[in-house]
Design a protein around this ligand. Structure first.
Ligand code: ADP
Length: 634
């Protein structure tokens, strides 16, 4: 097959441009990325050989090699791992599969400055392509373990790459960087310097479990070739004591397992002794990945048995609501050959999951007490995921509630815990009030909040999709019911206030006929019409019955493909509002109520609009409003 030339996918080309023009200031990390890929390839081969005895692959001396040629100005990172087939090279190296890429490039366009672009690259990590920070040409020769022939990929990073078959490629992958010309001003960045390479490997890749060897320079004639030198200690960080390992070393391990280029927010160590021994090193990332809420989010920890990786992305080690946690678990007594399905059922794995979950939650709690800013950053990024645990993991509900915080009317930018809310509750308040909605602003402007604002009653402002679900599942906290301000009847008046009670009785009588009539007129849209105790300035609002689905929840079920019949809601009127008073008077005085039917329709439409909804027939609604405005001008 002749050499074929291909165009890079658009996204890949844009990314390459960035790499070539190097907006990323720390170029050394390209080596970390190539070594990390090589290490993954060795892991994959070992696992493949473990599962398939018939795989025709050599696993006798798995290692990574770095080969420097100062004269040719090349640097090669070689592994004898899994390798790639011809098709895989095109797929994996020619395109960028990361589901966040489109998002990434959009943000990149918006981030005009270099600092913004650097932050974004760090956020996504671009692995293999980072080689172009140091090279003006890259070639990759690879042979998939078990296959007969190999593939050569080559590119100058501009618009195209070439692919060709090569008959005699060794098993695994060799990536060769044709380095950019040396900068005489800056010898420190000479990647053909042995010293420089040793330093980079030590700094970023010391913990890699496979040997990283430096290929020795050929000796003088007649001498024996010198032995290759292994540059990394290969010591598992999780097996070493805390004071032996620096924060930076932990952070590099995090970057290797997560493919994130930024430091983690928190490192969590756990050593379980006793009959079932294991060690864990967990990381809380500093930022939520873009695909955290997508179906194909890759979750899970690396599972080792006595220092040997047996599974990548092991989901069974943590519950779904901790899917953002990265890290490593190393157990003493697990079978090396265990399948994912079996693992899900394994008693020991379940035990580890329980323990890790508690450990993560207690770490968050400590963070909250000891470093409130860090906790706030954590909760901002991952609070919405953790809240899934409030209904998904009843056993840890209390621990989750202890670390959960929510926006509240109490303070603009200071979230509150439920405990703090309860401590602030005033005499006579029995329930914890909340309202769900799109944003803080839309909730605060909603008519349902009026009476609460007028009386200074605190309301939690819940804006995550998951909030609708957990509030129902949790139901109460510290003996206080969680109540939506937009559901059921609300009685904020101090109990036993006889004057208020008497007033209400009178109003109920005065409005009884109108309410009955409205209920008939609007029967298609609402199930009841009643006087409101929540409104102070708006004429009307719609509320849900205490046990009904809210519109947001209905939408959520529909989005998940469930058939949900629309739930009728309740229209509430504000008897203190002139429009409502006028309507009542007109109802009593007029024989011909045709016009009032329209007024009723308008009133309902206004109530729906006020909570951010849409009137049933927007065009008709607009027409009616326009007619009324016109009448008012006459
Ligand atoms: P990432 O490592 O974040 O997935 P990369 O761009 O670094 O992104 O690599 C893309 C893919 O190419 C890898 O996921 C892997 O499947 C493949 N790949 C890269 N380097 C190697 C290698 N040395 N051996 C085998 N496959 C590799």
């Amino acid at each position: 097959m002749p050499t074929e030339t291909f165009e890079f996918q658009v996204e890949a080309r844009q990314l390459l441009q960035l790499m070539i023009h190097s907006v990323y200031s720390n170029k050394d990390v390209f080596l970390r990325e190539l070594v990390s890929n090589a290490s993954d390839a060795l892991d994959k081969l070992r696992l493949a050989a473990l599962r398939d005895d018939s795989l025709d692959a050599d696993t006798s001396d798995l290692h990574i090699e770095i080969d420097l040629d100062p004269d040719a100005r090349t640097l090669t990172v070689r592994d004898n791992g899994i390798g790639m087939s011809y098709d895989e090279v095109g797929k994996l190296i020619g395109t960028i599969a990361n589901s966040g890429t489109a998002e990434f490039l959009k943000e990149l366009k918006e981030a005009q400055d270099a600092a913004g672009a650097e932050g974004l690259i760090g956020q996504f990590g671009v692995g293999f392509y980072s080689g172009f920070m140091a090279a003006d040409e890259m070639t990759l020769v690879t042979r998939r373990a078990g296959e007969g022939s190999g593939t050569r990929w080559s590119s100058r990073g501009e618009g195209t790459y070439t692919l060709e078959n090569v008959a005699d490629a060794p098993q695994g992958t060799a990536v060769t960087l044709h380095l950019k010309p040396a900068d005489p001003e800056n010898q420190l960045h000479d990647y053909t310097s042995t010293w420089k390479i040793k330093e980079i490997v030590k700094r970023y890749s010391d913990f890699i479990t496979w040997p990283i060897r430096l290929v020795p320079k050929p000796g003088d004639e007649g001498e024996d070739a010198p032995e290759p030198e292994t540059l990394n200690s290969m010591k598992a960080l999780w097996a070493r004591s805390r004071d032996e390992v620096s924060d930076d070393e932990y952070h590099e391990l995090y970057k290797h397992v997560s493919h994130d280029w930024r430091d983690p927010l928190e490192t969590i160590r756990l050593q379980a002794e006793g009959t079932f021994e294991y060690q864990a090193l967990l990381f809380l990332p500093a930022h939520a990945p873009h695909d955290l809420f997508t179906r194909d989010f890759r979750r899970g920890l690396q599972l080792y048995v006595k220092r040997v990786l047996i599974m990548d992305d092991c989901e069974a080690l943590l519950p779904p609501y901790l899917r953002f946690v990265k890290g490593v678990v190393d157990a003493q007594d697990l079978s090396l050959n265990v399948s994912r399905e079996i693992l899900q059922q394994d008693r020991h794995i379940r035990m580890i999951q329980r323990r890790l979950t508690k450990k993560v939650l207690s770490s968050v709690k400590e963070m909250k007490a000891g470093d409130p800013d860090k906790y706030a950053a954590f909760w901002r990024e991952f609070g919405a995921v953790l809240k899934e645990g409030l209904f998904g993991d009843p056993d840890n509900r209390d621990a989750l509630l202890a670390v959960a915080s929510f926006a509240s009317t109490h303070a603009e930018d200071e979230p509150t815990t439920l405990q703090q809310y309860v401590e602030r509750m005033t005499d006579g308040q029995d329930d914890i009030y909340y309202m769900t909605g799109e944003s803080r602003q839309s909730i605060e402007n909603s008519p349902h909040m009026e009476a609460f604002r007028a009386r200074g009653v605190e309301v939690l402002l819940l804006t995550d999709a998951v909030d609708e679900v957990w509030v129902d599942a949790v139901g109460e906290f510290d003996g206080k019911k969680l109540r939506s301000v937009a559901k059921g009847e609300i009685d904020l008046d101090v109990q036993g206030d006889e004057q208020a009670d008497g007033e209400r009785e009178k109003q109920t009588e005065a409005y009884a006929a109108l309410l009955g009539w409205l209920k008939e007129q609007l029967a298609e849209d609402v199930k009841d019409v009643r006087l409101s105790t929540r409104l102070t300035v708006s004429p009307a609002c719609v509320v849900s019955d205490a046990h009904d689905l809210t519109p947001a929840l209905e939408n959520m079920y529909r989005a998940m493909g469930q058939e949900i019949p629309p739930t009728k809601r309740i229209l509430e009127l504000n008897p203190a509002h002139p429009l409502v008073q006028g309507l009542n008077q007109a109802y009593q005085e007029r024989e011909d109520r045709a016009e009032l039917v329209e007024t009723a329709e308008l009133l309902h439409g206004l109530a729906v609009l006020a909570e951010g909804g849409q009137p049933k027939e927007p065009a008709r609604f607009v027409k009616l409003v326009a007619e009324r405005l016109e009448q008012a001008l006459r």
